[in-house]
Design a protein around this ligand. Structure first.
Ligand SMILES: [Zn+2]
Length: 315
């Protein structure tokens, strides 16, 4: 099988985790003109370019106060994120044209990444990290045990509860996403209840407490479509992962083998599920009868890995 092409998994910087405990690190880097900063507001990034937005890596000095986070370094320069307060409607910082969501930016950057454009991988990796970390801070201002306010420590990589002298760390929620294939080499795709007509994608679901990923794959496929995935080691094979910070998921991609193919959707989450041969999927995607997920997504990568080539169209 070909390796998955996963834009959200491209990283061109060093997180330099050993620096997070340096006293005064963020304050020092804020004043350094070589430091680049990504500015985040309510999960969106300050961006340049209207039609094909790119996250703007701006000079740190002169930026306003807010929550400053250390993202890492590359080529001797440090990179920070600045998270602005959620209330209000701040104008984009100088040097940026507006605010853009990470999905829009990722979609626009797929071509730049594929073309090996200099700097595209760096800014993309920093953007995913910045949005993920900012999202965690937004929902963890208070201690999960005593409810008291927590303070940002370790350059943004932990929050400290002074009452219990306890640190908490950014969380990531594992979710599985799978290309289910039968012994006739057909691919199973589902249509979610909340989607527009014609949209199809791979099945996916969150790993539950105390559950192994392979069991999640089997459980989600059975719950959503009635299809049975085999229990042998070769029936659920890991293919790659992609951070999906909307708000905190890590998508774990699998190829799964169906041993019983009768479809019976749950009609709650998934209202339609179909088996596609390669010619069927190619034809349906070509005429727009089936809309496939965006090219920045692991869902698309899993579908195209099975197909063996690029497919036309996307949401
Ligand atoms: Zn506490």
């Amino acid at each position: 099988m070909n390796p998955l092409d996963l834009p959200f998994s491209r990283t061109a910087h060093d997180r330099a985790a050993h620096r997070r405990a340096e006293p005064g690190l963020v304050e020092r880097l804020r004043a350094d003109p070589t430091t680049g900063v990504l500015v985040v507001h309510r999960g969106r990034l300050a961006a340049v370019g209207r039609d094909t937005p790119r996250a703007a890596l701006l000079p740190a000095p002169g930026q306003p106060d807010g929550l400053w986070l250390f993202l890492g370094e590359s080529d001797g320069a440090a990179h920070l994120a600045l998270v602005l307060p959620e209330d209000g409607d701040p104008p984009p910082p100088r040097g940026a044209a507006g605010w853009s969501g990470l999905r829009e930016i990722a979609q626009a950057q797929v071509d730049a990444l594929a073309a090996g454009e200099p700097g595209a991988g760096l800014v993309h990796g920093l953007s995913v990290e910045a949005v993920a970390l900012a999202g965690w801070h937004a929902t963890h201002r208070r201690c999960g045990r005593c409810g008291g306010p927590t303070a940002v420590v370790q350059a943004g990589w932990a929050r400290h509860c002074p009452v219990e002298a306890r640190d908490t760390y950014p969380r990531t929620d594992p979710a599985v996403i799978m290309a289910v294939v039968d012994d006739d080499d057909r691919l199973l795709l589902g249509h979610a209840a909340t989607w527009p007509a014609g949209r199809f994608s791979t099945l996916a679901g969150f790993v539950e407490a105390g559950e192994a990923m392979e069991d999640t794959v089997r459980r989600e496929v059975a719950e959503e479509t009635g299809v049975v995935v085999g229990t042998s080691l070769e029936d659920v094979v890991y293919r790659g992962s992609q951070a999906w910070p909307f708000p905190a998921s890590l998508m774990l991609g699998f190829r799964a083998r169906a041993v019983a193919t009768a479809v019976r959707t749950d009609d709650e989450e998934v209202t339609d599920a179909r088996w596609f041969t390669r010619p069927e999927l190619s034809a349906a995607a070509s005429v727009g009868e089936v809309g496939l997920p965006g090219r920045h997504s692991i869902a698309r990568a899993l579908i195209e890995e099975w197909f063996g080539a690029r497919l036309p169209g996307s949401w």
